[in-house]
Design a protein. Structure first.
Length: 326
């Protein structure tokens, strides 16, 4: 046996580590990994720097691996540190949720459900499920936070959210997905634009014009079909405004910053109210799927479990055609 070799040293056997590891060290490490320095981590934890440094040293001694490379002006996780961080985030999330479950254990459903959604999710199936859930469980509470789709999925993966409703680019093997609805994107302009109100346009008329769009409107990202539509319209490279939030893209289009993409069913009311005008193309519009995303390993309270189950059952009971908004 080689002393100090974690692969051979009995001090680093998995069962012994699990038995003797101080879980508070993992929580400290998660905050440290999310920070850019010992100083920042100490501020977030409300501890002194030496305490954080000592906690890191104890964890490295217990694991038998160096977790952070640091020097003046340099702070970076090692390969072992990145691996531990990925697992520690899940462990920390599970511990937080366990305390919540015990606190909310009563005969009446009164837990809290935290939902992450992409901006401006409009889906009657979702709305009807929320209404039915509230009627059945009025003591349960909900919070809905709007994030980018990537951030929403990350919150679910870290077990900080009950589930998410968002666009999906890459499927994580640790998450489950169910298509909630399909929407179609068109191009729109606002009242300040020269093309507003014109119905004699063709797609070639849009060539070279300035546009606004989403941060994810890129060939390698989740709105790739929208990117291809913009390329088909030859809108040019001059993007005058971008946002991750649909409401802000809508604001810029209405304000006249440029032509921009929006879901047709979301823009319909603004078109009727004279705030938006749809431009070519009018057929073969790009389809984007919006998914429910949840973490099957997250321990759910009763409210979370009931609402997610109800939403999945509503999806199953509603034909896809009725969940497709043209």
């Amino acid at each position: 046996m080689t002393p100090g070799d974690p692969a051979r040293d009995p001090r680093y056997e998995p069962e012994r580590i699990a038995r003797e590891l101080d879980w508070n060290l993992l929580r400290t490490f998660v905050v440290l990994a999310d920070s850019h320095s010992i100083t920042e981590a100490a501020q977030r934890l409300r501890l002194k720097q030496p305490s954080v440094s000592a906690a890191l040293q104890r964890l490295e001694d217990r694991i038998g691996r160096k977790l952070v490379n640091r020097s003046p002006g340099h702070f970076q996780l090692t390969d072992a540190g990145r691996l531990l961080y990925r697992e520690a985030v899940e462990i920390n999330g599970s511990v937080l949720r366990l305390s919540t479950l015990v606190r909310e254990l009563t005969d009446e459903v009164q837990g809290h459900v935290k939902i992450e959604v992409a901006s401006h999710v409009i889906c009657p199936v979702f709305d009807q499920t929320l209404a039915a859930f509230h009627r059945s469980h009025p003591r349960a509470s909900l919070s809905i936070e709007v994030r980018s789709s990537a951030e929403a999925s990350a919150e679910v993966l870290a077990k900080r959210a009950s589930f998410a409703i968002c666009l999906v680019r890459d499927h994580s093997p640790k998450l489950e997905y169910r298509r909630l609805y399909r929407e179609y994107f068109g191009l729109f302009c606002g009242p300040e634009h020269a093309f507003f109100g014109r119905d004699d346009l063709t797609i070639s008329d849009l060539a070279g014009l300035g546009s606004v769009s989403f941060e994810t409107d890129r060939l390698q990202d989740v709105l790739r079909p929208v990117t291809l539509m913009r390329a088909q319209a030859d809108l040019g490279q001059r993007i005058t405004g971008v946002s991750t939030n649909l409401e802000e893209v809508r604001r810029m289009i209405i304000a006249g910053l440029g032509i921009g993409p929006l879901p047709v069913h979301v823009a319909a009311r603004d078109v009727r109210d004279g705030l938006l005008w749809q431009l070519p193309p009018y057929t073969d519009l790009p389809a984007i799927d919006v998914h429910v995303v949840w973490n099957p390993k997250a321990i759910k309270n009763r409210a979370e479990d009931l609402l997610l189950t109800a939403l999945l059952e509503a999806i199953e009971a509603t034909p896809m055609e009725e969940r497709t908004y043209r």
